[in-house]
Design a protein around this ligand. Structure first.
Ligand code: AMP
Length: 307
């Protein structure tokens, strides 16, 4: 049974430089990537804000894919802009500029029909906005959040308050180390688990992702792609695949969480094949099924020793 999935996050214009090319003012932001990815699994409710300069028509393909945009506010002023660069190490983005624009005065007000969301993803954005959205949701079944170095540095206290209220957190390895001040990732996960979340997902770019709970660890490799074009949005698309799968199946067992991690890894592997959300809009259910089957082959082995 499909359950409702809500996301709040940045709706951005990104300018990105990679060793393979450059894109200016393209559709980006954590909420856009998440929604484009999750919409392959389930309808999505999006909460965010755009400025008067936003090319609204470019969001139409998302609306057509089942993303409910009635929680997207249109404000006077400049849209959120992020400018970043990847050098040969495609695992870490270098932020050149972050301009919050209309996000600095945004006070999210959820449409009535969003308040009963069961699955909630507080994507990377000011933790105060993540908290404001969370406080408007009546009885969520699973609340997950993401963040990044920008907010760990500038809003640490709010972020720690948020972490106490979520069931699951996704972070990349650098962010996990920065947040917890632990060099070892297992200890970083323990540090977070001690503060409230029951599940911690630590992503390591091309080296895959770990899911930690109090009693278990699961590891999924990243799909071994021959060419990665632009890593922007990999984390949010991972989260979209993961949360979308959980909302679609409405099953929070350990076995299903593991399947969701693989779906997240599959979706992350598509988005990096092109700039912006282009690939996420092109792929079909059959492409996704094939990639999930590839993952199954990638990690299957026979445990028995040869006689
Ligand atoms: P990722 O999935 O981690 O690669 O996220 C990429 C997206 O994060 C880009 O499309 C950016 O617009 C967005 N982003 C970058 N910095 C921030 C920030 N400080 N707050 C919210 N979103 C951001």
């Amino acid at each position: 049974m499909t359950s409702s999935l809500l996301v709040v996050g940045s709706v951005a214009l990104d300018s990105v430089e990679t060793p393979f090319g450059k894109a200016d003012d393209v559709l980006g932001g954590s909420a856009n990537y998440f929604a484009a990815s999750a919409s392959h699994q389930t309808p999505v409710q999006l909460v965010g804000v755009v400025g008067s300069d936003y090319p609204i028509a470019k969001l139409e393909p998302l609306a057509k894919r089942g993303v409910d945009m009635s929680g997207l506010e249109h404000a006077e002023g400049e849209s959120f802009r992020w400018r970043g660069r990847y050098r040969h190490d495609l695992n870490s983005a270098e932020t050149l500029e972050t301009r919050l624009g209309v996000f600095s005065h945004f006070r999210p007000k959820l449409p009535e029909q969003f308040k009963s969301a069961k699955y909630v993803f507080l994507a990377n954005i000011d933790p105060r906005l993540q908290l404001e959205v969370l406080s408007q949701i009546a009885a969520p079944k699973l609340v997950a959040c993401d963040t990044m170095n920008f907010w760990i540095e500038s809003r640490r206290a709010d972020l720690l308050a948020l972490i106490e209220r979520v069931d699951l957190i996704t972070l990349n390895d650098g962010e996990a180390r920065q947040l917890t001040e632990q060099a070892n990732l297992v200890q970083a996960a323990r540090w977070i688990l001690a503060r409230g979340p029951k599940t911690v997902l630590i992503k390591k770019g091309e080296h895959g992702a770990f899911m930690f709970t109090k009693d278990s660890v699961f590891y999924a490799p990243a799909y071994p792609l021959e060419s990665v074009f632009d890593p922007t949005g990999a984390g949010d698309s991972f989260a979209g695949g993961f949360m979308g799968y959980l909302a679609r199946t409405d099953d929070l067992s350990e076995a299903n969480l593991r399947r969701a991690v693989i779906m997240g890894s599959a979706m992350g592997s598509f988005v990096v094949e092109g700039f912006s959300i282009t690939r996420l809009l092109e792929i079909t259910r059959a492409d996704i099924d094939r990639r999930v089957a590839d993952f199954h082959r990638l990690v299957s082995f026979d445990q028995a020793l040869p006689a």
